[in-house]
Ligand binder design. Structure first.
Ligand code: FO1
Length: 320
């Protein structure tokens, strides 16, 4: 996939990452943003192929996301779930009536032999999205959460058990056989790529699955484009989701520095610039000692303007 135009590549999980992806899409000319998305949260449920992070990106970038809930579509109705409940079916994972259309359409297209890459591209086009959304790979990778008592499939941990089990680690079934999305690999070698932005997503269950696909993190490190990462931990709390709880349970410091240390240890030389929130400014020197340029900015994204401001900041850091 040769890109004549300039481009920026973002790595994103679901809600937190999609916020910055939206800011980047707003700030860049149409078609310049590429987003590689975690598929470790995907699962098969009620016979449907569900891709939560891809759908959060699709709905956010097309302006249809339920911002309050953090997942699914705005203005959703729940008639199917109500009917399913009456039948005694499984309703712990809430699929809205309109959201169901996405899962039905995707599942049908996959059954007809299309790849997840093709199906995702078609969904983005039909939703009027000019950015390019790339699933991290086409073959199934499934995140397993290891807790003290047992191992749990990701959605069971996250939704059914509301992140209550104490985690001791994670594994990604299918990762060793997974091949990185070739469109992403080509983009990483393209001179037109001006920046790689790692959005403030969960390091362990959103970003790690992407980086651990064989060859992926090394290709990101070796790309001529500089890599900017935005800390998902601000003032000892996660911007969204269970990242802080997971860090505490794995005896890691629950700080932006703890996040930086994780990436330094696992992926040496990957991160060029690490963006921390103003409230964490005192950590800058210690993080810089890990071998990254540290930049301080307001990173909490409540409004659309907050998202655009952080996007402009990350892009300006690398002159993109
Ligand atoms: N998250 C929930 O907390 N409860 C749900 O019932 C739920 C349903 C759901 C349906 C479709 C979809 O695409 C996402 C959904 N999510 C739900 C969100 C999702 O499980 C998580 O946000 C991600 O996997 C974590 O990034």
């Amino acid at each position: 996939m040769a890109t004549a135009e300039k481009s920026v590549l973002a790595l994103s999980g679901g809600v937190g990452g999609a916020k910055l992806a939206l800011g980047l899409a707003d700030e860049l000319p149409p078609g310049e943003l590429h987003v590689v998305v975690n598929t470790g949260d995907d699962f098969s449920h009620l016979g449907l192929h569900i891709c939560p992070d891809i759908d959060t990106l699709l709905y956010t970038l097309s302006g249809n996301a339920n911002a309050e809930q953090g997942w699914g579509l705005e203005g959703e109705s729940w008639n199917t779930m109500d009917a399913l409940q009456r039948l005694g079916g499984e309703t712990w994972f809430r699929l809205g009536d309109r959201d169901l259309a996405t899962h039905l359409w995707r599942t049908d297209r996959l059954a007809q032999g299309d790849s997840l890459l093709e199906v995702t591209g078609a969904l983005a086009t039909r939703l009027g999205i000019s950015s390019h959304i790339h699933p991290m790979c086409s073959t199934p990778v499934r995140t397993t959460v290891h807790s003290e008592e047992r191992d749990l499939p990701f959605q069971q941990y996250f939704v059914k058990e509301q992140c209550a089990p104490i985690v001791s680690g994670f594994s990604f079934e299918g990762i060793t056989e997974a091949a990185p999305n070739q469109n992403v690999m080509q983009l990483l070698q393209d001179a037109a790529l001006s920046a790689i932005v790692v959005c403030p997503s969960n390091p362990f269950v959103s970003i790690d699955p992407m980086l651990q696909i064989p060859g992926m993190w090394q290709a990101l490190r070796d790309s001529p484009a500089p890599l900017v990462m935005v800390s998902p931990i601000v003032a000892g709390m996660a911007l969204k989701g269970p990242a802080a709880k997971m860090m505490a349970e794995m005896s890691m410091p629950v700080t932006a520095q703890g996040v930086a240390q994780h990436y330094c240890r696992q992926y040496p030389g990957l991160v060029d610039y690490f963006v921390i929130d103003e409230s964490d400014a005192t950590l800058a020197a210690e993080i810089a000692a890990l071998g990254m340029e540290v930049a301080v900015a307001p990173t909490i994204m409540k409004t659309r303007e907050d998202k655009q401001r952080l996007a402009r900041f990350t892009l300006s850091l690398v002159g993109a």
